[in-house]
Design a protein around this ligand. Structure first.
Ligand code: PLP
Length: 389
C-alpha cells in the first residue's frame, strides 16, 4: 500500500467526511513545487486556494513567524502590539483612504464581522449574488448564493435577497432605501472565476450611494496583489464602504481582516465584537512579511505577467472556450463539462488546479512562481485538457 493510500485510510477513519477524501496527501513544498508522501512532485497552480502568495516555505515568512514567536506569540486583545498596529496602518495606506481595521482569523469571520457591522446601520436587508461564496458560518452561508451549500442549514438569516451577477436591472429593482448592505466579490472565485463587469461595478456603486446602502466588497480571494493591484476594486475605480480580506494576507498563516471606511469605521463600539486569536502577533508578523515581499519582489507586476502567460498558453487550445480573470486569478472555461476530469488528469501528470464549476478550472498560483515552474505547470495542464476534451 502506498503512503498516500494509507494516509487516506487513516483520514477516513478519524476525520469528518465534510471534504470527502482528499486526493492529495502532501509532505513538503518549496516555492511553487510540492511533494506528496510518496515523493511524487507537483507544480502547485492552486496555492492552497489563493493563499500561498509567497509559495511554500518562503524564508522571509518563515523567519518573520519564527522571530515573532520567539519574541511574543499570543497576547489576546487585552494587549496591543507593534505587528498588529503596523499591519493595520499598512492596509489602510494601501487603500489610500480613511478607515479602521478589525482583525479576525478567516474569510468567513471577516464576512461575519461585516454582517454584524451592517446591522449597526439600523437597516437589516442584505443583497448578494447568485453563485457567490462568502463562507460557511450561519451568517456567511446565508449570503452565499449556492442553494446546495445553504439549503441543508435552513432556517438561514432572514431578509437576504439574491441577484443575478452582472445584471444591472436586477440590482436596481432589488436594492432599496431599506437595504442595509450589498455584498460583492470583484471576481467570484468559487462561482467559477467570474468577473463583475465594469458596467456592473459602476452601477453597484451608484445604486449603493443613491440608497445609502453599505457597499461591502469581499476580497478574501481577489485581495493582496493577486489581480495585479493590491486590491481588485482598485482596478475598477469603485470605492467600497467595507473591504474584506483573508487568504493571501497571511501567506499561509490564518488571518482575516475587515476594513471599514469613513463614517463606518467607528460603528463597532467597545464590547460589540471580538476574537481571541484575531490579530495575533504571529499572524500579523506573517502578513507584514507578505506585504514586504509584495513590495520588494514587485509581486503586483508579477501577477499581471502570470495572467498573461496563462492566457497565452491555454486560450489557443481546442478544448478551451475562454480564459477569464485578472492577473494571477484565472478561470479556464472549457467547451465541455470535463473540468473535474482535467483536474484529476492534471494531478496524475503532476500539476495542481481545481474545478469550481463542471466547465471551469481555477488557476491561482503563488505570485512568486518562477517562469520555469509556470511553464512546466501550464504544459502539463495543456496536456491534461487536450487528453480530456
Ligand atoms: N469569501 C470569499 C470570496 C472566498 O473565496 C472564501 C473562501 O473561499 C471565503 C469568503 C471564506 O473564507 P474562509 O474559507 O477563509 O473562511
Amino acid at each position: 500500500m502506498s503512503n498516500v493510500t494509507s494516509a487516506q485510510d487513516r483520514w477516513n477513519t478519524s476525520l469528518m467526511p465534510n471534504y470527502g477524501t482528499p486526493n492529495l496527501v502532501l509532505d513538503c513544498g518549496v516555492g511553487s513545487t510540492v511533494w506528496d508522501v510518496d515523493g511524487k512532485e507537483y507544480v502547485d497552480l492552486l496555492a492552497g486556494i489563493a493563499v500561498n502568495i509567497a509559495g511554500h516555505a518562503h524564508p522571509k515568512i518563515t523567519e518573520a513567524v519564527t522571530q515573532q514567536m520567539q519574541k511574543l506569540g499570543h497576547t489576546s486583545n487585552f494587549a496591543a502590539h507593534e505587528q498588529g498596529i503596523r499591519l493595520a496602518e499598512r492596509l489602510l495606506e494601501a487603500t489610500g483612504r480613511t478607515g479602521k481595521v478589525f482583525f479576525c482569523n478567516s474569510g468567513t469571520e471577516a464576512n461575519e464581522s461585516a454582517i454584524k457591522l451592517s446591522r449597526l446601520t439600523g437597516r437589516t436587508g442584505l443583497v448578494a449574488l447568485h453563485g457567490s461564496f462568502h463562507g460557511r458560518s450561519m451568517g456567511a452561508i446565508s449570503l452565499t448564493g449556492q442553494p446546495k451549500k445553504h439549503d441543508p442549514f435552513r432556517p438561514l438569516l432572514p431578509d437576504v435577497q439574491f441577484v443575478e451577477p452582472n445584471d444591472v436591472k436586477d440590482l436596481q429593482q432589488t436594492i432599496t432605501d431599506t437595504t442595509s448592505a450589498f455584498w460583492l466579490e470583484p471576481i467570484s472565485g468559487e462561482g467559477g472565476v467570474l468577473p463583475a463587469t465594469q458596467e456592473y461595478l459602476n452601477a453597484a456603486q451608484r445604486i449603493c450611494d443613491d440608497t445609502g446602502t453599505l457597499f461591502v466588497v469581499d476580497e478574501v480571494q481577489t485581495g493582496i496583489a493577486r489581480t495585479g493591484s493590491m486590491f481588485a476594486y482598485q482596478n475598477s475605480g469603485i470605492s467600497p464602504d467595507v473591504l474584506l480580506l483573508a487568504k493571501g494576507l497571511g501567506g499561509g498563516i490564518p488571518i482575516g481582516a475587515m476594513v471599514a471606511f469613513d463614517e463606518y469605521a467607528d460603528l463597532l463600539q467597545p464590547g460589540l465584537h471580538g476574537s481571541t486569536f484575531g490579530g495575533n502577533a504571529v499572524a500579523c508578523a506573517a502578513a507584514n512579511a507578505v506585504l514586504d515581499l509584495i513590495e520588494s519582489e514587485d509581486l503586483m507586476s508579477r501577477a499581471k505577467h502570470i495572467g498573461a502567460e496563462i492566457e497565452r498558453a491555454l486560450a489557443p487550445l481546442d478544448g478551451v472556450e475562454q480564459v477569464r480573470g485578472q492577473g494571477a486569478m484565472q478561470g479556464v472555461v472549457l467547451k465541455q463539462d470535463v473540468a473535474a476530469r482535467v483536474e484529476t488528469r492534471g494531478r496524475e501528470l503532476g500539476v495542481i488546479t481545481n474545478a469550481p464549476l463542471p466547465n471551469v478550472l481555477r488557476l491561482v498560483p503563488p505570485l512568486v512562481i518562477t517562469d520555469i515552474e509556470l511553464a512546466k505547470g501550464l504544459d502539463l495542464l495543456a496536456r491534461a485538457i487536450t487528453e480530456s476534451s
